[in-house]
Each structure stands twice: as structure tokens, then as C-alpha cells.
Design a protein around this ligand. Sequence first.
Ligand SMILES: [Cu+2]
Length: 223
Amino acid sequence: MIKHLFSYYSIFKNYSSNSIIVMEEFHDFTMMFLTIITFFILVVILRLIISKFFNYKFMENINMELIWTILPMGILIFIAYPSLFYLYLFDLLVNPSVTIKVFGAQWYWIYENFDNLKGYTYSSYMIQDLEMLSLENYKMGWRLLETDTRLTVPYGAKIQCLTTSLDVIHSFSIPELGIKVDAVPGRLNSINFQISRPGVYYGQCAEICGTGHPFMPICLEAI
Ligand SMILES: [Cu+2]
């Protein structure tokens, strides 16, 4: 466990811009503290239940109070430091090889890919239930998640994603890839990510944007 902890801190030096791997590492790191604390609390509770002795004159212990104030503070700092480090790391631009533009609209997404500096734009609408049943290709598709056109990106490449909105605030979110960036009208927000394996990734708008909000899914295909 201790070994894992130090190996975790060593990846600061040769970090990967692959946010999925980094997020998984951070999850494991945080879960380590969570497991230790839960186990400790359980032991304390068990001991209190089992123990027949108790001291009713036991009113205060300054040293113990000092420890249980400072120790959690230290643990929080230990978790907050890598958390903030990665938060700022994801905003760093590490020479992207692919740039995509995402426009949120009521209630669909517009994507723009670039091929030799020439951009081409396409809209992505959700496939309606009845339409989905009639389409042979989509019979195995996810209801309310499948779109007529997919945002297509190469896997393994460093991708810069620029988002904005045409009307109200939307949020471009793909939980599986650890992506969530607000599409705000008049603002250009950017997020960087790298997909490690090919496949289809689903997401949904993550900002209440009107009646069609649940019906503007994101369907990203890594090829
Ligand atoms: Cu929405």
C-alpha cells in the first residue's frame, strides 16, 4: 500500500496526458484512504460495543483532540494536492494533433472536424424510438443515446475539444472518458483528452437547457 502511494507520486514527473488513466489512478489513491478510514472506524465501533469497561470521569483529552483535528487535515491536504495538480494538468495544452469543435444547440449537437485545415460541419440528432426499430443497423442501439451521425475521432491521438453554444448553456459530457465541459454562448471552452481504445462512447447534455434536454445525446466513435 505504501509502495503504491509513492509510485503514485512518482507519476507526477512523467505524467500521461491520458486523463482516463490519470483519473483511474487518482480514484485508486483516494479509495486507499477511504478503506483505511472505514476499517479504522469499524474497529473503534466494534471495540466500543464489545468492551465492558468505560470511564464516566473521562471528560477530556487535549492531546487526542489535537491528533484527531490535525490528522484529518493532513489527509485532506494529501488528497487535495494531486487533485488540484491534475485539475490544472488537464487544462494544459499538450500540442494536440486533432482539434474538434462542438456546438450545443436546442436540442442537438453540431460538430466540426478538420481535415487538412479544412473544416466540415455536421449535425447530430437523436434517433427516435420508432425510427430506431425500423432501422436494421440500429436495432441493437441504445434508446435515447443513439444519434444519426456520430462524432468521429481517432483513438490514441491528443484531442483538443473546443465547445460553445448557439443559444443557451449546454454541457458536453461523456462520463466514460472523463469529459465534461460547458458549452456557453459567447464563450469558447476547451478540454483535452486522449482515448486509449476504439469504440463508441455515449454521453448526454449535462446542463438543463429546455424541453429537449434529455433528447440530445452525444455519440462519440473512436476509430
Ligand atoms: Cu441540455
